[in-house]
Design a protein. Structure first.
Length: 104
């Protein structure tokens, strides 16, 4: 029984003192954007609004054609942005032109 009490206390202590996992990936939007531009040479590629249950957030894709990296961030109405995805080998599909005057 004593081992269980010690193990539970250690486990609870580690969980209580650990910072939230999202804290390392979130900051004010201007800080996140500055880092994406200066350290990764990424530029805003696409974005849009996402309607959640109680609030609307902005979703943005930042990418670099030179390095092939990309980052997806979500920004809440308070201006806090969180990185939700990042990776390499970014590609962008070019829009296909359609001719509306030609018969199918």
């Amino acid at each position: 029984m004593f081992k269980r009490v010690i193990a539970s206390a250690l486990l609870f202590g580690m969980a209580a003192t650990a910072p939230p996992a999202y804290a390392a990936n979130c900051a004010m939007r201007d800080v996140v954007v500055d880092r994406l531009q200066s350290q990764y040479s990424e530029a805003l590629t696409a974005g849009g609004l996402q309607k959640a249950q109680r609030t609307t957030t902005m979703v943005e894709v930042w990418s670099s054609q030179d390095s092939g990296t990309f980052t997806v961030i979500v920004t809440n109405p308070q201006g806090v942005s969180c990185v939700v995805a990042a990776g390499t080998d970014w590609f962008q599909r070019e829009a296909v032109a359609t001719l509306s005057d030609t018969p199918s």
